[in-house]
Design a protein around this ligand. Structure first.
Ligand code: GLC
Ligand code: CA
Length: 544
């Protein structure tokens, strides 16, 4: 296996709870994933990033792990896991595990022991502080209020940057680090393809100085982690780094630093929130701003680090509802536009389950329909603070994490073929028109755009890793860029709006070869784009 295989890979994220139920309990599971491997192979992906399947009380749907080396019975057994790795490998698909090592569940054996007393060997696996005025040690905040939780038996507070059921691990403790390394090596020995490292930019925190992200010891810690574990294997590692700038992303991903293969950075994802506020404080996206952010990352990481390319994950609303248009008329067109825009950039693309068939947001009208802990906490918090209920519900409908977590829509049968029982979270009523079966039956569907884009990337790998430059179109809604090396160029032009748009390019496209286009009309010479029209063309010769 080539060393940097992941640069040329496309990775598919599975949220196991919502992918496919195989035993009729309403919850997706590992055997359900095995049933769908042929489908994923047909799409053309190289690896699956599996959201957590470890034992968990599911306060945060698996991101609160109570045993790293046991599969949660809801998902299956370790034998099922081994079979999944094996069946995936047979299809040249690697399994990437989710590594949640900033915190554990409060039900983890380590934390249960830690609670027993200050002398317990596991006590220092977590972060404790005292305070003599019955106030939290300082003003650090979690989503639900103070990040410090008081334990009266110990007269101490422990740190939790997420919910109080997710206590933060103490990365200054050598025994804790050793235990985590051993656990990681256990998984590597199983032959997995790598790890996605959950909120990894938090592990260097200095809580007394109110530093959470990007602490002073962060990079030495990740380097050490690399040397003790995955650095010894030919695997991919991708860090979830909400606080990364291009400079910071290079620290993580420059090969000679031996930290991670690449990052998930979220600068584009934050463009539709009000500055300095939370994601719930909505603002309209400005396509020009989006283009500037992508262009900045493309240019600054060039040759010096590695990025991921994504619109969606299990924490984000569905991209078509968000920045495309989920009406019947434009859903697939806008989905194709978004995909075409992304897939000729440099980086490793990630597809989130259902993105390839254009699944959309799920509208709720009452908080009882919401499962996600983050949305629920925000709802009660904001109602307390006097926000109007309608506004809070609108924020959830626009940005809530459940939007991504409603079951995968497979076919026209009951519950979209996800389960024969009552699904743990409702199936979207639009499943009769949006599902895999219908998508596969139509060569013009969004699914085939994704399939084609994956193939095009592989066949044009050299250009896609060539230089990047943004192209001026004279129209703020028409975004364009060029990828080029000495002999060839690819030019991508997309209309990011529902209106038809005029544009002009300085380059002549007359002798270009169309690679992909989401309308059936010709492109040569035409200077008007229809709603969400998007194309990529290839130009040979070095006329750039
Ligand atoms: C990451 C995960 C998210 C989880 C959080 C805490 O952001 O993607 O789902 O709630 O970390 O583990
Ligand atoms: Ca099940």
């Amino acid at each position: 296996m080539e060393k940097n295989w992941w640069k040329n890979a496309v990775i598919y994220q599975i949220y196991p709870r919502s992918f496919q139920d195989s035993n009729g309990d309403g919850i997706g599971d590992l055997n359900g994933i095995i049933q769908k491997l042929d489908y994923l192979q047909y799409l053309g992906i190289d690896a699956i990033w599996l959201s957590p399947v470890y034992q968990s009380p599911n306060v945060d749907n698996g991101y609160d792990i109570s045993d790293y080396q046991t599969i949660d019975p809801e998902y299956g057994t370790m034998e099922d896991m081994d079979r999944l790795i094996d069946e995936a490998n047979k299809r040249s698909i690697k399994i990437i595990m989710d590594l949640v090592i900033n915190h554990t569940s409060s039900q983890h054996f380590w934390f249960q022991e830690a609670l027993k007393g200050k002398d317990n060997p596991y006590h220092e696996y977590y972060i404790w502080r005292t305070s003599n005025n019955s106030e939290p040690p300082n003003s650090l905040k979690a989503d639900s209020g103070s990040a410090w939780e008081y334990v009266s038996e110990l007269d101490e507070y422990y740190l939790h940057l997420h919910s109080k059921e997710q206590p933060d691990l103490n990365w200054k403790n050598p025994e804790m680090k050793q235990a985590i390394w051993e656990m990681i090596n256990y998984w590597l020995e199983k032959g997995i393809g790598g790890f996605r490292l959950d909120v990894i930019d938090l592990i260097g925190k200095e809580p007394d100085e109110l530093i959470t992200k990007n602490g002073p010891e962060l990079h030495p810690l990740i380097h050490e982690l690399n040397q003790q574990t995955f650095g010894n294997y030919n695997v991919v590692t991708v860090g979830e780094t909400w606080g990364a700038t291009p400079e910071i992303a290079k620290l993580y991903s420059k090969p000679e630093r031996n930290e991670l293969s690449m990052v998930f950075q979220f600068e584009h994802i934050n463009l539709d929130k009000q500055a300095g506020k939370r994601k719930w404080d909505l603002k309209e996206l400005d396509p020009q701003e989006l283009h500037q952010v992508f262009s900045k990352w493309q240019t600054e990481l060039q040759g010096d680090g590695w990025n991921s390319l994504f619109w969606n994950n299990h924490d984000l609303p569905r991209i078509i509802s968000r920045w495309g248009d989920d009406s019947k008329q434009y859903r697939e067109l806008s989905g194709k536009m978004l995909a075409i825009y992304l897939y000729f950039m440099s980086g490793t693309p990630y597809i989130y389950q259902g993105e390839e068939i254009g699944m959309t947001n799920y509208e709720i009208s009452d908080i009882s329909e919401v499962n996600d802990i983050e949305s629920r906490q925000m709802y009660y918090d904001r109602l307390d603070k006097g926000y109007p209920k309608e506004e809070v519900l609108q924020s959830i409908n626009t940005k809530g994490r459940d939007n991504a977590r409603h079951p995968m829509q497979w076919d026209l049968s009951k519950n979209a073929g996800f389960t024969t029982a009552t699904p743990w979270l409702a199936v979207h009523p639009n499943y009769k028109s949006i599902n895999v079966e219908t998508s596969l039956a139509n060569q013009d569907s969004l699914f085939f755009t994704y399939k084609e884009l994956i193939e095009l990337r592989k066949n044009n790998y050299d250009i896609i890793n060539g230089e990047y430059q943004t192209l001026n179109t004279g129209n703020p809604d028409v975004l364009a860029y060029i990828r080029y090396n000495v002999n060839e160029q690819i030019i991508v032009v997309v209309n990011f709006s529902k209106q038809s748009q005029q544009y002009s390019l300085q380059t002549n496209l007359n002798h270009s070869k169309c690679l992909i286009h989401n309308y059936n009309t010709g492109i040569g010479g035409s200077k008007e784009l229809q709603a969400y029209e998007a194309f990529a063309v290839k130009v040979s010769g070095n006329n750039w």
